[in-house]
Design a protein around this ligand. Structure first.
Ligand SMILES: [Zn+2]
Length: 379
């Protein structure tokens, strides 16, 4: 997905980038910010390829020249990446280059929509602290001071700029402000509030919104997902392609239900009306039988969590995904709320069976569930 044509949706962002370049108004440091799964990295790479391609068209790189081919396998010599990492054993001066192989694997295998959690898993960095250390700043400066191998632009992509440590950022300030000729920095973040202000003040920011439902559904259909299911998943994923792929790829319908249920409970606890509405939109986009299936699953989860709470985990019938969620969730299901949870979910189930307006039923149910979960046994 290293071309504008392949990057999902984001038509406005694409045309803004192309316009800034073709009109000669390109800043030398950009920051793409927006929610997870929006494809910012994919757009950044497509843009670099577009700039580097000698036979670009009005809307995209040519796709077959020498440069384009190198981009496709992520082997373009003037394309540098910085990303969060952890120090290798006994090597305080670890830099991104030491992870070049893993990083290329990540991009080629997980695709360009992977998130920090996917990267962390690939690195096997479960409990290790990811960061971008000051040694990496030195490495960036060295890379960019060299003459361009390919004779054109040099690109430095800094993925997850919020991981730049303060000393790292400070060391970079000068080169970000006054980079060598034909150098483009692209910072990427999904939490702009955590990017250091010294960096923010030196970049031109570009908001990359969540992918539009319509574009997400189209991309799922192109990947062979049946149209109604594609729409349901697209609604549900709120523009996050990574999540959409996970759901579409889970051939286990049980896993799909578990993910829905866990997300629902998290949204209930968060009490963010807008996110809850969004979730209700998604679940209501499923077929009615699927909605009922989901509520049956929810009933079963309530029951199993009560079992865990009172009789311990060994008696519950759960898979690993459910078990890990229940470690925190089970204590919320207790004798003060289980009967009411049961009857509210059952009522919603029969309302939906009677063709009631699903969005409203789910929203109403969510508020009730939240209130019921607040009933806790005294410690
Ligand atoms: Zn080309």
């Amino acid at each position: 997905m290293i071309s504008f044509g392949e990057a999902i949706g984001q038509h406005d962002v694409k045309s803004r980038l192309i316009r800034s370049f073709s009109e000669g108004k390109l800043a030398h440091a950009l920051l793409f910010h927006g929610p997870e799964g929006n494809g910012a990295l994919s757009l950044a790479l497509a843009f670099c390829r577009y700039i580097a391609c000698a036979s670009r068209t009005a809307s995209d790189a040519c796709g077959h020249c020498h440069t384009c081919r190198k981009f496709a396998s992520i082997q373009f010599a003037d394309l540098h990446f910085t990303f969060p990492f952890f120090n290798k054993q006994d090597n305080k001066s670890t830099v991104c280059n030491d992870y070049a192989r893993e990083w290329r694997d990540f991009l080629l295998k997980e695709g360009l929509y992977g998130e920090v959690e996917n990267w962390r898993r690939l690195l096997d960095a479960d409990k290790k602290q990811l960061h971008v250390s000051v040694y990496e700043a030195g490495s960036i400066m060295k890379n960019l001071s060299l003459k361009a191998y390919e004779g054109g632009y040099k690109f430095q992509i800094i993925w997850r700029a919020e991981y730049l440590r303060r000393d790292t950022a400070n060391k970079l300030l000068k080169i970000v402000e006054e980079p060598p000729d034909n150098t483009l920095f692209i910072f990427i973040t999904d939490s702009v509030e955590n990017v250091l202000p010294t960096i923010l003040s030196r970049v031109q920011t570009l908001h990359v919104p969540a992918i539009a439902d319509k574009d997400l559904a189209e991309a799922l259909e192109a990947a062979g997902i049946e149209s109604a299911r594609a729409e349901g998943i697209a609604h549900y994923c709120a523009g996050n392609w990574n999540l959409a792929l996970q759901l579409a790829g889970s051939s286990d319908p049980h896993a799909f239900l578990a993910q829905q249920f866990q997300l629902w409970m998290r949204q209930c606890f968060k009490r963010s009306a807008s996110e809850l509405v969004r979730w209700c939109d998604g679940i209501s986009a499923l077929h009615r039988e699927e909605q009922i299936n989901f509520l049956d699953y929810a009933l079963e989860q309530v029951r199993q969590n009560a079992v865990i709470n009172y009789a311990g985990g060994s008696l519950a019938r759960m898979n690993a995904l459910e078990q890990s969620f229940s470690e925190k969730f089970a204590p919320f299901i207790n004798h003060l709320n289980i009967e009411d949870l049961y009857s509210e979910i059952n009522r919603a189930r029969s309302d939906i069976g009677r063709q009631a307006y699903s969005k409203l039923v789910f929203f109403d149910l969510s508020l009730k569930v939240y209130r019921l979960l607040c009933r806790k046994e005294p410690a």
